[in-house]
Write a protein that binds this ligand. Structure first.
Ligand code: SF4
Length: 345
């Protein structure tokens, strides 16, 4: 096992879901010493109050830190904490493959830099390389970076984690203020990628409305999807949380749900971090990419016999074959049966 006499830096400037799946690595490293994390501006609020993290450092690589000057400035900032004391980073771990983010700790003269062998451009800047376990869950791949000398086989990965606090609990209390005896079911209909969006959420909501209290989670971009879901339920008795909660408060809302129904997107990983059983819908992507649900009792719904799956690492905006059968043919009654099985446990 690598000795870490000083602080560790984890570099994770990818998507929100990747940040959540890096939390087992953070927890592992926090057993050895202080851990700082370099993340994007968008992802920083996710790690507020995280028990394993000393400092969250924002790398605004597409904004104020862009370009060569921005990278240099960022490298300088890595040397010092906000109170002016030295940060003392002895090891940097790269839980991503971006070349730009790999350069920053190298410029900052961090002596030990650990990354995946599969990171073609970034590995030039690493002093230790860990195999990228393609067959493993992405949380495991990230966690294995903590063991560059190969000792992970005898260790147990900590679960993904997020730490919603008092402010997040109060925000969710305010959202769910009217009492309802029905179990809460969260629906997450969004995704940045068009073909990852299952099109039958409104029909599913109509089928579930009698037995479950429904809440739609997502950002402002999901408002129209939430409106379509509410319109499908008689009386519109759906709580629309889209654009109304911070990332951590959304995790808190998902924590309170008995079940989350979601596409292959960030809320799936939030549920993994807060332990909510998940019905995860996969269309153009497959769980074998390493991004399936980890919460106990979770299930995956997918069109296993479609020969064109997977057709893209993320999911294209439009089905290349134009029929979109991988998602269209996953019916609302099929999904309802999976949700019911979890509610009836
Ligand atoms: S090509 Fe196949 S997997 Fe890709 S979006 Fe179309 S139906 Fe889905």
């Amino acid at each position: 096992m690598l000795a870490t006499p000083s602080a560790a830096l984890v570099v994770q400037t990818s998507f929100l879901g990747d940040v959540i799946l890096t939390t087992p690595l953070l927890t592992e490293l926090a057993r050895r010493g202080p851990v700082d994390v370099l993340v994007t501006k968008a992802a920083a609020p996710l790690l507020e109050g995280h028990a394993a993290v000393r400092d969250v450092i924002v790398f605004d690589k597409r904004g104020s830190d862009r370009g060569v000057k921005g990278i240099r400035r960022m490298a300088k900032r890595l040397g010092w904490r906000a109170d002016g004391s030295p940060r003392g980073i002895g090891v940097a771990y790269f839980a991503q493959m971006s070349l730009r983010s790999a350069v920053v700790p190298w410029l900052a003269k961090v002596p030990v830099r650990v990354g995946w062998t599969a990171s073609k451009p970034g590995r030039l800047f690493y002093t230790k390389r860990v195999p990228y376990a393609r067959e493993a869950h992405h949380a495991v791949r990230c966690w294995q970076l903590a063991f560059p000398d190969g000792a992970s086989a005898t260790a147990t990965m900590p679960a993904p984690s997020l730490y919603p606090g008092l402010r997040e609990r109060a925000a969710v209390d305010a959202l769910l203020k009217s009492p309802d005896p029905r179990p809460l079911v969260a629906l997450s209909p969004g995704s940045v990628w068009g073909t990852k969006r299952w099109p039958h959420f409104p029909q599913l909501a109509a089928l579930l409305a009698e037995r479950a209290r429904l809440v739609v989670v997502g950002g402002p971009a999901e408002a129209s999807l939430a409106a379509a879901i509410a319109a499908a339920v008689p009386g519109g008795a759906v709580v629309d949380a889209t654009g109304r909660l911070s990332l951590l408060a959304s995790a808190e809302l998902i924590r309170r749900a008995r079940v989350l129904v979601t596409n292959d997107s960030a809320p799936l990983h939030m549920a993994s971090a807060v332990g909510t059983p998940t019905v995860a819908i996969f269309g153009p992507t497959v769980p074998a990419f390493g991004f399936g649900p980890l919460a106990p009792a979770s299930v995956v719904v997918e069109h296993e016999s479609m020969p064109c799956r997977p057709c893209h690492h993320h999911g294209p905006d439009v089905c290349p074959l134009l029929h979109f059968r991988c998602m269209r043919e996953l019916s609302a009654p099929l999904l309802e049966s999976r949700v019911a099985a979890l509610l009836d446990r």
